[in-house]
Design a protein. Structure first.
Length: 483
C-alpha cells in the first residue's frame, strides 16, 4: 500500500494553495475510514482561478503557440501520468473504491485522452469560402478562452482528462472543479502541468462543494464555456447559470441505457458484455447497461446466464483486487449505496423479482451485491430512473418494434445496444434508437475517437472524437474586399 499524504492542496496559477473554505475529509469507500484531507475552495478561490486562466488566455502565451508545440506539451502530460501509474492507481482505488485493475484502466484512459487530443492540436483548420471576384474569405477557430469544467466522482481522472486535454489542445485555459468525494488524484494533473512546461494559469484545479465552488464557477462572468458531467438537476442549474452569462455548455447527464437482445443474438458474447456493461465501476457509469430488453423466447435462458455472471463476482476492497477478473469494488459513498439499495427495495414493492444480489454487504464500506432484477415492466421507477449502481433490470419484448419502443421509453438517451446476428435487423434498430451512441453486438464498442453524448435529458454537446474540439472554439469568419 502506498503512503498517502495527509493534506492535498488546490492548484491555482501554477502554485499549490490552501482553500478559503478550509479542509474536507476524503473517506475510503472500502472501509468508510478517513483517507486524507483536501483543501476546499471558496468563492474567492474560484475568482482567483478564473482570473489566472483569463490572464493566461489573453496573454496569448498558450493560445499563440504553434499548435504542434501545444500538442507536444499535451501529449507529454499524458505520458507523465502513465509513467506514474503504479503510484497513482492505489490512491485512486482508495479514494474511489474501484478495483486496482480498474484504477489502472482509468489512468491509462486518462493518458490516452492527452495522447489523442495532443495529436489533434494541429488539425483545427479553417476553410476558405468562395464569394466570387473581389473577395477573399476564410474562417478561423478561435479558442473560447476560459473553460470551466465540473467533474463527477465516478471517473475523477478520466473525466478531467477528457475535457482538459481537448480544451488545452485548442488553446483554452481551464478551471477544473474536482469532485469532492474523490479529488485527490486530480493533483497529478497539476504535477504533470508543472513538469511538462504548461504555462501557469492554463490549468487550475480546485476542489469545493457543488453548491459553493461549483455554483460560483458555473455562474462566473469571466467563464467563456462550461463542461459538466453529472446529474440532471445539477445540469439544469449549470445550464441556467450559463444562460445568464450567455455562454455555451456541454452537458453529459447520464442515462437509463438499454441493450436489446434478439433471439438470434450470440448469447455468450452478450453475457461477457453484461460483466462490463453493468458491473464495471460497480455500475457507476453514465453509459451503463442498466436495462436489458430481451426477446421472450430466450428470456429465461438469458436470465440464467446473467444471474450466473452476477453471482460469480467477488465483491471486495479494491486494493485486494489487483487483477482483472470476476470481481467488483465498493460504491463511492454511503449516500449513493443507500440510494441504490433503496431503489432495489422499491422495485420489489412494485413487483420486480430480485434474481441475484440486492443486499448490502455486512461489513464496513459501501458495498452492494451485483444485482439482477427480473419481471421489470417499462413503467416501474427502476426502469425509468438512473440507479448508478450495480443493478440490472431485465425486461422482455415480443417483436422488434416493441423492443425499440421500450428502449426509447425513458427521458434519457445516452447510449443503446442491439444484439442480433442479422445486420439488417440491427441496423433497423440503430436507426430508430434515440441515443447518442449505438453499440451493435458489443457494449462500449468505440473509444476516445468516437463522439459521445446524449439525446433527450442525457444532455447536449459531444465529448470525445474530433467533435469535442468544437466545444472549445468559436468560428470567426473574415471576409476581405480585394480591389
Ligand atoms: P451531481 O451532479 O450533483 O455532482 C456532480 C458534480 O457537480 C460534482 O463535482 C459536484 O460537486 C458538482 N455540483 C453539484 N451541484 C452543483 C451546482 N449546483 N453547481 C455546480 N456544480 C455542482 O451528482 P451527485 O449528487 O454526486 O450524484 C447524484 C446522481 O447523479 C447519481 O446517482 C447519478 O445518477 C448522477 N451522476 C451521473 C454521472 C454521470 O457520469 N453522468 C456522474 C455523477 C453522478
Ligand atoms: Mg448532487
Amino acid at each position: 500500500m502506498s503512503d498517502i499524504a495527509d493534506y492535498w492542496q488546490n492548484f491555482i496559477d501554477g502554485a499549490f494553495v490552501d482553500g478559503g473554505a478550509g479542509r474536507l475529509a476524503v473517506l475510503e469507500p472500502a472501509t468508510g475510514a478517513h483517507l486524507a484531507n483536501q483543501a476546499i475552495a471558496d468563492k474567492a478561490d474560484v475568482d482567483r482561478a478564473v482570473a489566472a486562466a483569463q490572464r493566461l488566455s489573453s496573454s496569448g502565451a498558450w493560445s499563440g503557440l504553434r499548435p504542434v508545440e501545444r500538442g507536444r506539451i499535451v501529449r507529454k502530460m499524458g505520458e507523465y501520468i502513465l509513467e506514474r501509474i503504479d503510484d497513482i492507481a492505489p490512491i485512486l482505488t482508495r479514494e474511489a473504491g474501484k478495483p486496482l485493475w480498474e484504477a489502472r484502466l482509468e489512468i491509462e484512459g486518462a493518458a490516452r485522452y492527452f495522447e489523442y487530443y495532443g495529436n489533434q492540436a494541429e488539425t483545427m483548420e479553417g476553410r476558405s469560402i468562395p464569394l466570387g471576384d473581389g473577395y477573399f474569405d476564410f474562417t478561423v477557430h478561435e479558442p473560447f478562452g476560459v473553460s470551466a469544467q465540473i467533474i463527477p466522482w465516478n471517473y475523477p481522472m478520466e473525466m478531467t482528462a477528457r475535457s482538459v486535454s481537448a480544451a488545452l489542445a485548442v488553446g483554452c485555459a481551464c478551471v477544473v472543479k474536482t469532485p469532492e468525494l474523490d479529488p485527490l488524484t486530480n493533483r497529478f494533473f497539476a504535477d504533470a502541468a508543472l513538469a511538462c512546461g504548461l504555462p501557469a494559469g492554463a490549468l487550475n484545479l480546485i476542489c469545493g462543494f457543488g453548491k459553493d465552488a461549483g455554483a460560483a464557477l458555473a455562474a462566473h462572468p469571466d467563464v467563456d464555456q462550461i463542461v459538466f458531467t453529472g446529474s440532471v438537476p445539477t445540469g439544469v442549474s449549470i445550464a441556467t447559470a450559463a444562460a445568464q452569462n450567455v455562454v455555451p455548455c456541454v452537458l453529459e447527464l447520464g442515462g437509463k441505457s438499454a441493450a436489446i437482445v434478439h433471439d438470434d443474438a450470440d448469447l455468450d458474447a452478450f453475457l461477457s458484455d453484461v460483466r462490463w456493461g453493468i458491473y464495471f465501476n460497480a455500475g457507476q457509469v453514465c453509459s451503463a447497461m442498466s436495462r436489458v430488453i430481451v426477446q421472450e423466447k430466450v428470456h429465461d435462458k438469458l436470465v440464467d446466464g446473467i444471474v450466473a455472471v452476477a453471482e460469480a463476482l467477488r465483491v471486495d476492497d479494491g486494493l485486494a483486487l489487483p487483477e482483472f477478473g470476476a470481481n467488483m469494488g465498493a460504491m463511492i459513498s454511503e449516500a449513493q449505496c443507500a440510494r441504490a439499495a433503496g431503489m432495489v427495495s422499491d422495485a420489489e414493492r412494485e413487483g420486480a423479482q430480485v434474481a441475484a444480489g440486492g443486499r448490502r454487504l455486512n461489513r464496513p464500506g459501501y458495498f452492494l451485491e451485483p444485482t439482477v432484477l427480473t419481471d421489470v415492466s417499462p413503467d416501474m421507477m427502476v426502469a425509468q430512473n438512473e440507479v448508478f449502481g450495480p443493478v440490472l433490470s431485465v425486461l422482455s419484448f415480443s417483436d422488434d418494434d416493441e423492443a425499440v419502443r421500450i428502449a426509447n421509453g425513458t427521458t434519457y438517451g445516452l447510449v443503446a445496444g442491439v444484439y442480433s446476428s442479422q445486420l439488417d435487423r440491427a441496423m433497423r434498430a440503430s436507426k430508430k434508437l434515440r441515443a447518442g451512441q449505438v453499440f451493435v453486438n458489443e457494449w462500449y464498442a468505440g473509444g476516445v475517437e468516437t463522439p459521445f453524448g446524449g439525446f433527450g435529458k442525457s444532455g447536449y454537446g459531444r465529448e470525445k472524437g474530433r467533435e469535442a474540439l468544437l466545444n472549445y472554439v468559436q468560428t470567426k469568419n473574415v471576409a476581405i474586399k480585394v480591389g
